[in-house]
Design a protein around this ligand. Structure first.
Ligand SMILES: Cc1cc2nc3c(=O)[nH]c(=O)nc-3n(C[C@H](O)[C@H](O)[C@H](O)COP(=O)(O)OP(=O)(O)OC[C@H]3O[C@@H](n4cnc5c(N)ncnc54)[C@H](O)[C@@H]3O)c2cc1C
Ligand code: SF4
Length: 526
């Protein structure tokens, strides 16, 4: 953290307060600061940098992950396997952009029109986004430049590692034609004052070289350097406050010493990732807003999506050493189309994945033990792996609610995450398991493992954008329908999940939102 950063008074009511410093919040903060708008970023996590990252998988998880209690319900296997860990999200400066793998894909045009394209799917709450791909393209351009996404803007692709070579050979044999080393927010050359990727691997533990984009060492310090951004760490926001007219007036947070503080604000933007964002809105209920802020529609927390995931791992006669090189080193795109003839709407990607041995043991088949399990562990060096990421159906009943029976360290009700798989999700996962297995079997796999989804890394949709206020929480700019100076600035905004890893879109939306906020301020509408 820049010790010389500008500091703003708690009573300064002209600042924009941003909750969370991850992909959404960190980007929005820097974009606003670059325009000369004063910003205070409140981040619940502590500062961890390349200097203190740990090369120990569980140690790194303990260091970076959000471990405050959450609860779960629903028929998803997570509720049984990881009842207090529905999601794999970070609580650290830079948020989950410290942990992420860097896959950066644009949502496809038809996915912005999911309701129109897929029709009326039973027990799903599909809706078209109030923004089109065409409208978002200029912001995707800016996001790809910012992140240095490989194979865009003339940047070379990353070299494929062994894990990719196995997947690519299998893909060709199966007849796929769109298998490549992906679009990654990882420097393939020295650029942006950061190193190129050293292919050291274990990208989830934080990138020591800084080759992988993270708000930690790009957006946040650049924003601080403008003199318009103050970052406060270990500042856990528990409440957004409003004035008598119902406009957001500031936030209340616990500081690093556990002392309650109040920061006044001209506008508030919440980017706590899609579980904490609705939780904060719900916990901010008041006499005027008994059901929580921005919740006149009753939609806050609903339509929680987490992508249809799962992994396929396979063992081979020869060594693969999947852990060498970038964690996500390649992608098969052929199944990402919408082709209902396959028995489901929407599509999915297959992306190489590699977990360290401790996570591999924990996620392969939670609860399993005995000879078959130890054999799988023994074969670790000879194992290749891929992760499935597909569009899941939004459902009003899949939702984040407050669990008033369980409180966190600040006495606040924790989030309960309820999720039932939709039949479309199950049909897609089955198809992907079959296709993923075929890819590995085509190149001589000895054993293939279908691995269930682990705690959700892509958390989306709990404060969705909608054209009509009654269908969602915010408009096409992330501005809440009910409170004009209250914004949602993370993946909670997603109207539907699409089949693409979400962060590039979160960043594109944050850039677009910053232009909108600046314009509103100029017109004195904020
Ligand atoms: C292992 C892993 C791999 C991933 N790989 C990819 C990938 O390859 N491609 C991709 O697109 N996405 C990937 N993701 C997902 C990606 O990291 C997220 O989509 C992205 O970081 C979300 O951005 P965000 O701003 O919504 O939230 P985050 O980046 O999670 O930031 C939220 C921040 O808000 C803070 N916060 C929350 N509540 C409060 C509060 N009340 N007060 C103060 N601060 C608060 C948190 O501490 C956190 O720092 C991956 C995620 C994981 C875990
Ligand atoms: S493999 Fe590349 S992106 Fe991943 S941690 Fe190493 S240097 Fe960073």
């Amino acid at each position: 953290m820049d010790q010389n950063q500008k500091r703003f008074s708690h009573n300064d009511s002209h600042v924009v307060v941003i909750v969370g410093s991850g992909a959404g919040g960190g980007t929005l903060a820097n974009e606003l600061a670059q325009k000369g708008i004063d910003v205070v970023v409140l981040e619940a996590g502590a500062l961890h940098t390349q200097g203190d990252y740990l090369t120990d998988e569980w140690g790194s998880f303990q260091q970076l992950a959000w471990l405050d209690k959450r609860t779960t319900s629903g028929n998803w296997r997570i509720a049984k396997d990881f009842p207090n860990l529905p999601a794999w999200i970070c609580k650290t400066v830079g948020g989950t952009s410290t942990h992420w793998a860097g896959a950066s894909l644009r949502i496809q045009p038809h996915e912005f029109k999911a309701r129109t394209t897929y029709g009326d799917i039973q027990n799903a709450s599909l809706l078209d986004w109030p923004v089109t791909r065409e409208e978002l393209d200029p912001y995707y351009d800016r996001a790809e430049k910012k992140l240095g996404v490989t194979r865009t803007n003339g940047l070379p692709g990353l070299p494929g590692n062994n894990n990719f070579k196995v997947m690519s050979a299998g893909a060709t044999k199966v007849g796929y034609t769109q298998c490549n080393t992906g679009h990654m927010a990882i420097n393939s050359i020295v650029r942006d004052d950061r190193s190129h990727c050293f292919q050291r691997g274990f990208c989830f533990q934080g990138c020591r070289t800084g080759a992988k984009w993270s708000t930690l060492y790009t957006e946040l310090p650049r924003g601080q350097a403008t003199g318009h951004l103050e970052l406060r760490t270990q500042a856990h926001v528990v409440r957004v406050e409003h004035d008598a007219r119902g406009k957001a007036s500031g936030v209340v947070y616990y500081d690093a010493q556990g002392k309650l503080q109040r920061q006044k604000a001209r506008a508030v933007a919440i980017a706590g990732n899609s579980i904490e964002t609705p939780r904060l809105l719900l916990n901010s209920h008041s006499g005027k807003f008994a059901d929580g802020l921005a919740n006149a529609s009753g939609q806050v927390g609903r339509n929680y999506m987490r992508h249809t995931t799962g992994s396929v791992y396979a063992t081979f006669d020869q060594k693969v050493e999947m852990y060498k090189g970038t964690t996500m080193a390649g992608i098969i795109e052929d199944e990402a189309r919408n082709d209902p003839k396959r028995g489901f709407v929407g599509g999915y990607h297959m992306e190489t994945i590699s977990l360290g041995l401790p996570f591999y043991a924990a996620f392969l088949n939670p609860g399993a033990w005995g000879p078959a399990f130890t054999q799988a562990m023994d074969q670790y060096a000879n194992t290749a792996g891929m992760w499935i990421v597909g569009e899941d159906m939004p459902r009003a009943t899949n939702r984040v609610t407050l669990n008033n029976d369980v409180k966190d360290q600040y006495g606040q009700p924790v989030a309960n995450v309820h999720f039932d798989d939709h039949p479309n999700d199950e049909a897609m996962r089955e198809h992907a398991f079959k296709q993923g297995s075929a890819v590995y079997e085509a190149v001589g796999a000895k054993t293939v493992y279908r691995v269930p989804p682990y705690p959700s890394t892509h958390n989306l949709g709990t404060c969705r954008m909608s054209a009509r206020p009654e269908d969602g929480v915010c408009n096409a700019h992330g501005q809440t329908h009910d409170i004009p100076n209250l914004f949602v600035s993370d993946g909670s905004q997603f109207t539907t999940g699409a089949a693409e890893n979400p962060t590039l879109t979160i960043v594109a939306l944050a850039i677009r939102q910053s232009d909108y906020i600046a314009g509103q301020m100029q017109r004195r509408a904020l």
